[in-house]
Structure formats: C-alpha cells, structure tokens
Ligand binder design. Structure first.
Ligand SMILES: Nc1ncnc2c1ncn2[C@@H]1O[C@H](COP(=O)(O)OP(=O)(O)OP(=O)(O)O)[C@@H](O)[C@H]1O
Length: 235
C-alpha cells in the first residue's frame, strides 16, 4: 500500500503539488490531469527522484524519506527514457539486468510478445520511436516488482502493441500489484483502470471509479466526463 499525506512540491515560483492525500491499494490507478498538473512530479516523489517540500509518503507503512532500498519494489517506465544511443538492444537489456541485481523474469517471453527479436543487434539510435518504447516496456516488465509506475506507456505504440500492453498490465494486476498509470489516451485508461485520480491545480480533484466519475459529471462516456472537468475548470 502507498500512503501519501499532505504532499507539497514547488519548483521555483510554481507550486505544483498543494497538499495531495492518497491511499493506493492493489489494482490499476490512472493518474490524470491536464499538461503540467503534476502527474510526473507525483510519480517522481514516490520514486524518490523528487523531494517533496512538505508531507509524507509511506510504502507498506514505512516512510520512504531518505530511504532507497524500497525502490527495489518499484518498476518504472519514465515518460522519456534516456539510454546511451550507441548501444544495441541486447547490450541494453544485459546492462539493466546487471545494474538491477534482482530477481528477473526470462525476457524471451517479452521479446516474443513485443516482436523485438529482430532488433536485438540494432543500436538504439536506429530504432523507430515505437520500437524504442517497446524496448523500454520490456525493461520495465522484466523484474516482476510489486509496484509498477508507467508514465505515458502508450507513446508511439501501434494498435497491436497497444493491445499487448493492455493485456500485460491486466495480467500484472491479477498478480495483486499496485499499478500507477499516467496517460492522455482515454480509451486506454478506460480499458485498464480500476480507479481514476484526477489532479487539478495541485490537488486531487477526483478520486473514484470510472462509473462514479460519469455519475458525478453527468456524462455517459468517460472521455466526455474528463473533457467536462477540463472545460468546467478552464484547464
Ligand atoms: N525539475 C523541474 N524543475 C522545474 N520545474 C519543473 C521540474 N519538473 C517539473 N516542473 C514543472 O512542474 C510542473 C508539473 O510538471 P509535471 O511534469 O509533473 O506535469 P505533468 O502533469 O506530468 O504534465 P504532462 O501531462 O505534460 O506530462 C510543470 O509546470 C513543469 O514545468
């Protein structure tokens, strides 16, 4: 369980998070909000990559401040992954496996799933954007940790890969994991999410199921419910 209390974060003059309270249990949680609303900042606070100015984050009832071992419990897909461009896909996989000296699953299944075997000897700078994203996803799903944080996982994926990703997320959910997903693709969010957390102006504007969101906004479709919040708040 991830528990967040009164989380604040400011960058210079911009107060990004203004008191976030959240309790995140197993299942798929979509963190939504307009561009610049602080979704990535929240994810990075959980990962210890950004230090909050105020507030606490606990994982399984242990505060994470100044800790680092807990990060072994988290698999993270960053919004933009920056790996050295001149190494090949198989060199990158080996490097990440060596760096994260943890229990890993056999990558063969993931290589087959994302049809990456033909690219193993190719350098990263020769890959298309979508293929790079598939490599990033493979690296994320390689360690079978209890918490998964996926920041814009659909970027560049074709429809077939999107279905594979959805199935993979739902399979990981069945294992009882906590999965946080940030995405602007509402059909994708609707297919995978148990709960929607909508951040607006630094606070949690909505926290509930898709059905509750539709009811509270009076909209029949999820996409319209989200659009409704944005329009109503001039976001
Ligand atoms: N390291 C940083 N230094 C300064 N400002 C930052 C930093 N990281 C984020 N910000 C600012 O914080 C705000 C929130 O950014 P964040 O990336 O968390 O938003 P987001 O909701 O993930 O946006 P998007 O949907 O566009 O990905 C933005 O105004 C951004 O410019």
């Amino acid at each position: 369980m991830i528990t967040i209390n009164n989380l604040h974060k400011k960058f210079g003059e911009i107060q990004v998070l203004k008191g976030i309270d959240l309790c995140i249990n197993t299942g798929v949680f979509a963190i939504l909000g307009p561009n610049g609303s602080g979704k990535t900042t929240l994810n990075k606070c959980i990962l210890g990559m950004v230090y909050p100015d105020k507030g606490t984050i606990s994982i399984d009832n242990k505060e994470i401040t100044s800790q680092w071992l807990y990060r072994q419990k988290i698999d993270y897909l960053p919004q933009i992954a920056n790996f050295p461009n001149n190494i090949t896909v198989d060199e990158l996989i080996k490097m990440i496996k060596d760096l994260r000296n943890e229990k890993k699953i056999d990558e063969t299944e993931l290589l087959d799933l994302f049809k990456l075997k033909p690219f193993l000897k190719k350098k990263l700078n020769n890959l298309s954007g979508g293929t790079k994203q598939k490599v990033n996803l493979l690296l994320t799903f390689l360690f079978d940790s209890p918490i998964l944080i996926l920041d814009e996982p659909t970027t560049g994926l074709d429809p077939a890969a999107l279905i594979i990703l959805k199935d993979l997320i739902l399979k990981e959910k069945q294992k009882g994991k906590i999965i946080l997903v940030t995405s602007h693709i509402m059909s994708f969010v609707e297919d995978i999410s148990d709960k929607i957390i909508f951040i607006l102006e630094g606070k949690i504007y909505f926290n509930g199921s898709i059905q509750e969101l539709k009811t509270s906004t009076g909209q029949e479709s999820f996409e319209h419910a989200i659009a409704n919040i944005l329009i109503d708040n001039h976001a």
